[in-house]
Design a protein around this ligand. Structure first.
Ligand SMILES: Cc1cc2nc3c(=O)[nH]c(=O)nc-3n(C[C@H](O)[C@H](O)[C@H](O)COP(=O)(O)O)c2cc1C
Length: 345
């Protein structure tokens, strides 16, 4: 990466972190999970606090089926946030997904602090598809896996974000081939995700056929990158994207469509998950795991005054208790009993 591009990426990362916390960064559609509710069951035969949420991800046991979604990396501030996220995730024994590792790898930043802070939990590495398609892309993805001893490697697909980003990659020729090449050589399972505009079920089927072990729908309903990128443009410049601000497939539609068509890859639901009740709805619809990014960032770093690991930790505990409460109120002995039959539309 040239020094200028490097500086640009550096500034962009920190701007993204600040903008992602603003209300204007959220999709402005009816919240997709609000269209669903559980059927209340008035005679449960389970003990709320005892309900187990444990499951396995990449052969490791985790304390909950939800995890901290991919966010950031590549600046001092981003490293500081990742370190805090890693420590809290480790203390709760939930998985952690890292944001794009491109900038860190390009700058030769060490990632050693991640595994030091989180030696036992599943860590998910991350790179964008357009970086993967660059001449040294597959080698970079292998380096990203090594740098954090990743249990899973995520590749994000973000054509709308790249289109809206002033410095975005607009030439996507070769991306599909690069992804197929990487999946066939990756030493760890590969996760393919969107970043908030959703995966179409047909594309999910194609990605499954390529060998993606995990698919994160990352649908429309939460953090919205078209809105964030246009906030970085002048009003005149942003006009082009005005009709596209809420373009995408909402998280619930994307998940339901993928559940109907995907048989081998494990599905992850994300995009607008706000609490443990949303987590429960996503699991009931057929997701194996659920993740959230924006809500955990806001809990950890509500303003510019510092990071609150206590607030993040309380949020995770609250989500776990809410998930258990859904099981209690629907008479489910554990999260595996959550099913679409318990939902009314
Ligand atoms: C500050 C921030 C930075 C992000 N950076 C990345 C990234 O580098 N790679 C990636 O795959 N997704 C990235 N995302 C997208 C999230 O992983 C997620 O798909 C999206 O935010 C939707 O989830 P949410 O509504 O819970 O935020 C980022 C999200 C946030 C909030």
């Amino acid at each position: 990466m040239s020094q200028d591009k490097d500086k640009q990426a550096h500034a962009r990362k920190d701007t993204h972190l600040a903008l992602a916390k603003r209300d204007e960064a959220l999709a402005q559609i009816a919240h997709p999970f609000d269209a669903l509710s559980f059927q209340h069951y008035a005679l449960p035969d389970v003990n709320w606090p005892d309900i187990s949420l444990t499951t396995h991800l990449a052969r490791k046991q985790v304390a909950a089926p939800f995890f901290i979604g991919a966010m950031t990396g590549g600046t001092d501030h981003a490293d500081h946030i990742n370190q805090a996220l890693a420590e809290v995730a480790e203390s709760h024994q939930i998985a952690l997904a890292l944001g794009s590792q491109r900038a860190s790898l390009a700058q030769g930043r060490s990632y050693g602090f991640i595994r030091k802070a989180a030696p036992t939990i599943p860590i998910i590495g991350n790179l964008g598809i357009t970086q993967l398609a660059a001449p040294d892309g597959v080698a970079m993805a292998h380096a990203a896996i090594e740098a954090v001893e990743a249990d899973i490697m995520a590749i994000h697909l973000n054509p709308l974000q790249e289109a809206a980003q002033p410095e975005g990659d607009h030439d996507w020729r070769g991306c599909r081939d690069a992804l197929a090449r990487f999946i066939s050589t990756s030493p760890v399972p590969v996760l393919v995700k969107e970043v908030g505009a959703g995966l179409h079920p047909q594309l999910a089927e194609e990605l499954e056929a390529m060998g993606a072990a995990y698919l994160d729908v990352a649908g429309l309903g939460g953090t919205n990158w078209t809105r964030i990128e246009t906030l970085r443009r002048t009003a005149e410049d942003a006009a082009l994207f005005a009709p596209f601000l809420d373009w995408g497939i909402d998280s619930v539609s994307s998940l339901q469509g993928c559940v109907a068509r995907v048989t081998q890859s494990k599905l992850i639901a994300s995009g607008g998950i706000r609490h443990g009740l949303d987590v429960a709805k996503a699991l009931a619809l057929g997701a194996s795991y659920v993740c959230a990014a924006g809500p955990f960032l806001k809990a950890l770093a509500p303003d510019e005054t510092g990071l609150s690991q206590i607030a993040l930790s309380e949020t995770i505990t609250r989500w776990q208790d809410q998930l258990r409460l859904v099981c209690f109120l629907t008479n489910c002995a554990d999260i595996r009993a959550l099913s679409p039959d318990l939902l009314k539309n």
